[in-house]
Design a protein. Structure first.
Length: 173
């Protein structure tokens, strides 16, 4: 049994939803789990393993993700750890792995932390859940990338079987 901390940085809630799903999976596997938003992280020394999940907003991970990593890099590197990115680009098969997703590649290049396990999950697209500015920016990005632009679109692209596999892989570390 491990004592796992799951930390999330989520804008519209899909990353938090994935983290809650992972929490249930780890508990079912016999682990003790604490889930926390990035702005309320408990003492990392109290945990054996750390999972950090972060979403993309306007093409970038939240700068606080990198601040957190910089401030805690030493302890993160002593723990079994993982990082996953949640983004809509990952809805495309050619961009849904850590080796092919542009946001994960940017993370790897920018971050000094080298987690034991990396993963990428597709997010969700819910135009009605966004404010007017985000809705129009995301619709424009979707138009450019040949995604859905109908303002009534509400699609969850997350591959839950892939999340299951990730939970098993991380649990086994």
């Amino acid at each position: 049994m491990s004592n796992i901390l799951i930390i999330y940085s989520s804008v519209h809630g899909q990353t938090r939803k994935i983290c809650a799903y992972l929490e249930d999976k780890f508990v079912a596997l016999g682990d003790k789990v604490t889930m926390s938003s990035l702005d309320q992280v408990p003492d990392l020394n109290d945990f054996d393993k750390v999972v950090l999940g972060a979403s993309i907003r306007h093409g970038k991970h939240n700068p606080n993700v990198y601040d957190f990593i910089s401030q805690n890099r030493g302890i993160l590197e002593k723990k079994t750890s993982s990082f996953f990115s949640v983004n809509l680009v990952a809805r495309k098969p050619a961009k849904n792995t850590p080796q092919t997703n542009p946001y994960m590649l940017a993370f790897i290049e920018k971050s000094e932390w080298k987690p034991n396990l990396l993963q990428v999950f597709a997010g969700s697209l819910n135009y009605q859940g966004y404010g007017i500015v985000d809705r129009n920016i995301i619709r424009f990005i979707m138009w450019m990338t040949k995604g859905p632009t109908d303002a009534q679109t509400n699609i969850e692209y997350t591959d839950w079987a892939k999340v299951d596999l990730f939970s098993s892989e991380f649990h086994a570390l």
